[in-house]
Design a protein around this ligand. Structure first.
Ligand code: MLT
Length: 271
């Protein structure tokens, strides 16, 4: 992995150009993972799209191999790290932000902070609204108790909501392994940051770049109905609902997600 030294973290990221130097398109996808995961959730998609376009796949601050020197105060801090990362990389063409779940919540902050920077957006199993009071309390409880609970309990709590019933056990176990390996302080910081996130619904009608909204039909966290209403609120957005998968669409059906992302890349190339 590559590393970028920031004052708040040493940010680790995969650059697919290192494996595949001459993809067909000059579009770069920035693939942003969810909670409490890592860049690894995107690797099945990277494998599929390697010959098509460049992909930058970071571990957010505190996740995977990104060491934090300071935890984020809000989701905007993660967006700032990503803005620094995209500034530090020399891009030869348009940049597209692909945000999965918490990575999508961060997309709203990235858009506010970097006007004009993105040529496209993909929202994958994510939400635009903020939390109910009950959801906020659940997040704070996990943040307060993580020291006592440990990450195995977090994996146990999350597992039933992440996958569809038919998902292969090996795929589920791979994700559970990543959750168990996540730094507890990072889990607490992200839960507090997500609990405090604002409602971003009013941003949707102002998005003017090509957008692809992708959801697993059986997603129990960001439902297909909710994601369809996000697609309807963004002018010109395309909606892909992927059958027989739950929340973890990029690992449950990487081919379908790659196909939808490739359709977005095609729309950007056609201008
Ligand atoms: C994620 O996958 O990033 C989380 O499920 C998001 C959340 O907790 O709202």
């Amino acid at each position: 992995m590559n590393h970028l030294d920031l004052s708040t973290t040493k940010l680790a990221y995969v650059d697919s150009l290192e494996e595949y130097a001459s993809p067909k398109s000059d579009v770069t996808l920035l693939l942003v993972h969810g909670f409490p995961l890592s860049h690894k959730m995107w690797l099945p998609v990277v494998e599929q799209l390697q010959g098509e376009c460049r992909m930058i796949v970071p571990d957010l601050r505190g996740y995977g191999e990104s060491l934090p020197s300071q935890q984020p105060a809000s989701l905007a801090d993660y967006a700032d790290d990503l803005a620094d990362l995209t500034e530090s990389i020399s891009l030869s063409g348009p940049l597209v932000y692909v945000g999965f779940s918490m990575g999508g919540y961060i997309a709203w902050e990235f858009l506010k902070r970097t006007p004009g920077k993105l040529a496209g957006l993909a929202l994958v199993d994510t939400r635009a609204g903020n939390d109910t009071e009950a959801a906020r309390q659940t997040r704070h409880k996990m943040a307060d108790k993580i020291g006592e609970w440990g990450t195995s309990r977090v994996a146990e709590i999350m597992r039933p909501n992440l996958f569809s019933e038919g998902t292969e056990e090996a795929i589920v176990e791979e994700t559970v392994k990543v959750i168990k390996a996540t730094d507890p302080a990072t889990i607490a910081a992200s839960q507090r940051a997500m609990a405090a996130r604002p409602d971003s619904t009013s941003l949707l009608s102002k998005i003017t770049i090509p957008t692809q909204v992708i959801v697993g039909e059986a997603d129990a966290i960001s439902t297909a109905e909710e994601m369809q209403s996000i697609a309807e609120a963004i002018p010109g957005a395309e909606f892909s609902s992927i059958p027989n998968v739950g929340h973890m669409t990029p690992v449950e059906n990487p081919s379908a997600v790659s196909e939808a992302l490739l359709a977005l890349v095609g729309r950007i190339e056609r201008g």
